[in-house]
Design a protein around this ligand. Structure first.
Ligand code: C5P
Length: 250
């Protein structure tokens, strides 16, 4: 896959006009754009058509569905009709919820890797499972959720369950990629946030990894926000990150 196509830019802005400006500045320099709950609640579901009109061919809807299987299936069916590239559910919703989402979207006729890279946007959106929010630490996992394995094991087990029951891939922290690959193999798509080039500030991210190291560890896609969106020249920042990934791949 071309290095720039690995970059997903989150449109974490409170106004559609700002999101459209980012898309216009970055189209052709990055692979996709991520729309999260903030922008959808500000702009409404029409945001996807508005972003497409600005040039966003590939949109990842970070909706993180988590409910009973019937409810998630209904939402997944509706989302699948919206022309999106990718959306997600919380893997913690369990195997029946994931299987219901998979059935609602439809079975992918070809293996999911053909939906990567420069292939045209597939007819069906890719379904990802969010493993463990990186905002949750080992203490909360043990004391509040009563999970008796550490975060790395928990993430790998959730990832395996998610892909076994119909997810095309998972979202996990860069530090868990190797555990997920070891358990799930090379096939599932891995999307990772918490990525920072060495020349950027870490902002509020605590455990970061450089883009080249995350790809080296086995990530397919990198969600990289503020180092690009807050740069004086966002396209130049994205190009610099793509160069670093390319050079590291040698
Ligand atoms: O600006 P920055 O690169 O930190 O943005 C990262 C994006 O990835 C944000 O949209 C954030 O919500 C998302 N994300 C994250 N950590 C997670 C899950 C999602 O940073 N564990």
């Amino acid at each position: 896959m071309e290095a720039s196509e690995r970059i997903i830019v989150p449109l974490d802005v409170p106004a559609i006009s700002e999101a459209q400006n980012l898309v216009r500045a970055l189209r052709g320099h990055v692979g996709a754009f991520k729309v999260g709950l903030e922008l959808v609640h500000v702009a409404g579901l029409g945001v996807f058509d508005q972003l497409r009109a600005a040039g966003a061919d590939r949109v990842f809807y970070d909706c993180k569905l988590h409910d009973i299987p019937n409810t998630v299936a209904g939402a997944a069916r509706a989302i699948a009709g919206m022309g999106l590239w990718m959306f997600n559910v919380h893997a913690a919703g369990g195997s029946r919820m994931i299987a219901a989402a998979r059935r609602a979207i439809g079975e992918r006729p070809v293996d999911q890797r053909s939906a990567l890279g420069s292939q045209p946007t597939p007819r069906l959106p890719l379904l990802l499972g969010v493993t463990l929010l990186t905002s949750l630490g080992a203490e909360e996992l043990a004391a509040e959720m009563r999970v008796d394995v550490g975060p790395r094991d928990y993430v790998a087990v959730l990832a395996e369950m998610a892909v076994t029951h119909g997810c095309d891939g998972v979202v996990c922290s860069p530090h868990e990629i190797q555990d997920v690959r070891a358990r799930c193999g090379s096939e599932p798509i891995i999307v990772t946030p918490g990525v920072r080039p060495s020349w950027a500030t870490t902002d509020d991210q605590r455990r970061v990894m450089t883009p080249a190291d995350a790809v080296g560890a086995g990530a397919d896609y990198l969600v990289i926000g503020r180092p690009i969106t807050r740069a004086t020249d966002p396209a130049a920042a994205a190009d610099r990150i793509a160069d670093e990934i390319r050079n590291a791949a040698g």
